[in-house]
Design a protein around this ligand. Structure first.
Ligand SMILES: [Mg+2]
Length: 182
């Protein structure tokens, strides 16, 4: 019987940090319309399991479309609401970096800022956590924050070869299973 994760040092929990576009939901270039949100199969079920075992579940997403002026924070929020509706009550928190890629930012992935913020706000143990995403910058971000990493082969993941994640996985559901079994 799986008794779930033990709280570690100072009661810190491990977390699954999960990218949004191309990882939790189908990649749509700069998605700004809730009608285009399609969650990948199995994600909700595996996230439910993760939380019941004591893992925190955190979305971390770069949204440079805001910094580039393609869409507004309100449009981002309407997409996010639809994603959370389709997933059900399985996400503890979402962090978003609106920065333009040409502007230095401590929060935009691959910088670790959003993960550090989440760790401080939710009492998370980064060394027992995982970053799951479809781009090399997701893997680099996890490594910069001190988590383990899984590259999913959805979204841009199939075309991503220039990184060395701890694991590769065909889907986010399988990636979460790998993390929970660690
Ligand atoms: Mg992505």
């Amino acid at each position: 019987m799986n008794m779930g994760v033990k709280k570690g040092r100072k009661g810190l929990k491990p977390a699954l940090f999960i990218d949004r576009d191309g990882t939790l939901m189908e990649e749509v270039d700069h998605c700004c319309d809730p009608a285009h949100v399609r969650v990948y199969p199995g994600a909700s079920e595996e996230l439910t399991k993760a939380r019941s075992l004591g893992w925190a579940t955190i979305i971390v997403t770069n949204q440079s479309g805001i910094g580039r002026g393609y869409f507004t924070v309100e449009q981002f929020e309407s997409v996010q609401r639809e994603l959370l509706r389709q997933l059900g009550d399985v996400i503890d928190a979402s962090y978003m970096a609106p920065d333009h890629p040409d502007r230095p930012s401590p929060r935009r992935k691959p910088a670790p800022g959003m993960l550090m913020e989440a760790a401080a706000e939710h009492g998370l143990d980064l060394s027992r956590s995982w970053m799951i995403g479809d781009k090399a910058i997701d893997i680099e971000c996890g490594r910069n924050a001190g988590t383990r990493t899984i590259l999913v082969e959805t979204g841009y993941g199939k075309k991503t070869s220039e990184c060395t994640p701890d694991h590769r996985s065909p889907t986010v559901a399988e990636a979460i299973r790998i993390a929970l079994a660690s």
